[in-house]
Design a protein around this ligand. Structure first.
Ligand code: BES
Ligand code: MN
Ligand code: MN
Length: 459
């Protein structure tokens, strides 16, 4: 292990330079204009896996963006770790709010500033470099498989088919993913859960054309006004989601579980200050941390309609639309919630408008055990790397593929994330600490060593 760790420290600058090269490729999966950049990024990831010493490396085409696969089987009788990550990134807009261009990475005050630095290029690249370090020093203690996809930020639509069609190839004892955050650099933590997602689009149509708001206003329902009323009605006075049946399958945590989660340090004042808000908001009866981890939510992500150009145009629009996401918790099922929402929204629409509801994508919530061999190995690895045992916490984001791995391959995941909530993922000026990048590279070989030693093939 010392050899491997010394190698990592010696090659630190090169590791960082290589990551910066990867960050220069604008692999925005949502934007068709970036399709060739996304495939160029896949090719670059492929080359990196080969350089690291992985074998059978290939770019696997899908109906959408490609998946990069690679493996190193040192002994089929030994356990296998399946590393998952994503090389696609979120769109970078609004561009004017970046202090440096999103795809021209800079390292400033110990932070790597670029779109994708924390989510997820910087984090999956830690694994590539950790494997390189183990292979170059002959210390890889078990088998490893890599699957790095290019559609995570758009709902991993084609990954399900890939997993179903490649069960044998992907066979492993545990999935290892670095795509989440810790509490703080001096307070390591491991996520033991993620929320699910139902993402909807609604369209409200009133009159068959845009109308003069003086000639018709007052007599014809305005779809924007109606949409706002409908959206407002989706929460009750206690800020609970006001859809019948929405909470039916929600697993309520015991007082002991809530108490354990509350032990993670959290400073509400600093939280508000960081966000520039004077008060927090949310479901009555739950703390801020609970509201964004173990409780389900409903949020409007975007809303549009009517005239939004400069100056005034007196118009009563024909249509109004919104994108609405619901974050789900165990045991809510995405399909059921999607159906409940669609039916509810149709039902509450007044006769003066027509509504169309479309489901965009979904994913299931997961909880991962904190007493498995793999969790213990991850916990020890973090403790050795940070000098402090990590705290188990629940995460609020979604990685739909985690439930799919469980369902299709029967394997549990370790969410071995080294980011911070303050990394501004999905926002302007996304960044990832050089410290975090290096700690991840240092911790991963330790995980492999403990996992191989403890598991005897069992996760
Ligand atoms: N890495 C995030 C998920 C995440 C972030 C989990 C922080 C926990 C803490 C991932 O790339 C992501 O953004 N997922 C999407 C879901 C997807 C279906 C678009 C999300 O959570 O919105
Ligand atoms: Mn991610
Ligand atoms: Mn993301």
């Amino acid at each position: 292990m010392e050899k491997t760790q010394a190698y990592i420290d010696t090659h630190k600058d090169r590791f960082l330079d290589e990551l910066l090269d990867l960050l220069r490729i604008p692999s925005v999966s949502a934007d068709p204009e970036h399709k060739t950049d996304v495939s160029r990024c896949a090719d670059s990831v492929r080359a990196r896996l080969v350089e690291a010493g992985l074998e059978k490396v290939e770019v696997c085409p899908t109906a959408g963006h490609p998946i990069v696969y690679g493996e190193k089987i040192i002994d089929p009788s030994k356990p296998t770790v399946l590393t998952y990550g994503h090389y696609d990134v979120q769109p970078a807009d609004p561009l004017e709010l970046w202090t440096s261009p999103p795809f021209e990475p800079v390292v400033k005050d110990g932070l790597i500033i670029a779109r994708g630095s924390a989510d997820d290029k910087g984090q999956f690249y830690m694994h590539v470099k950790a494997i390189e370090a183990m292979l170059k020093n002959d210390t890889l203690p078990c088998n490893v498989k890599f699957m790095i996809e290019g559609e995570e930020e758009v709902g991993s639509e084609n990954l399900g088919t890939f997993v179903k069609n490649n069960k044998e190839k992907l066979k492993a004892d545990v999935v290892l993913i670095s795509d989440t955050a810790m509490i703080a650099n001096d307070t390591p933590s491991i996520n033991t859960g993620l929320r699910g997602l139902s993402y909807m689009e609604v369209e409200v149509t009133g009159p068959n054309r845009d109308l003069h708001s003086g000639v018709y206003g007052g007599a014809v329902a305005n779809p924007i006004n109606v949409l706002c009323e409908l959206i407002t009605s989706l929460h009750d006075e206690a800020y609970r989601v006001n859809i019948a049946g929405f909470y039916d399958d929600v697993v309520e945590l015991s007082d002991a579980e809530r108490k354990a989660l509350a032990e993670a340090p959290f400073n509400e004042k600093a939280y508000m200050e960081d966000l520039g808000i004077d008060a927090v908001w949310g479901e009555k009866g739950y703390t801020t941390e609970e509201r964004c981890t173990i409780r389900p939510t409903l949020d409007v992500n975007g809303i549009w309609g009517g005239y939004t150009g400069e100056g005034a145009k007196t118009v009563l629009p024909s249509k109004a639309s919104a994108k609405i996401s619901m974050r789900l918790v165990p045991d809510q099922k995405s399909q059921k919630i999607t159906k409940l929402f669609a039916e509810h929204f149709q039902k509450i629409a007044p006769p003066c408008v027509k509504v169309k509801v479309t489901a965009l994508h979904g994913g299931e919530a997961v909880v991962t055990p904190a007493d498995s061999v793999a969790y213990k190995a991850a916990s020890k690895a973090m403790e050795e790397t940070f000098g402090k045992a990590p705290i188990p916490t629940r995460g609020g984001g979604s990685i739909p593929i985690v439930a799919l791995f469980e369902q299709e391959l029967g394997i549990k995941t370790i969410l071995f994330g080294f980011g911070l909530d303050s990394d501004k993922i999905h926002s302007p000026n996304e960044h990832f600490g050089v410290f975090n990048f290096m700690q991840g590279i240092r911790a991963i070989p330790r995980f492999f060593a403990h996992f191989a030693a403890m598991s005897n093939g069992r996760a």
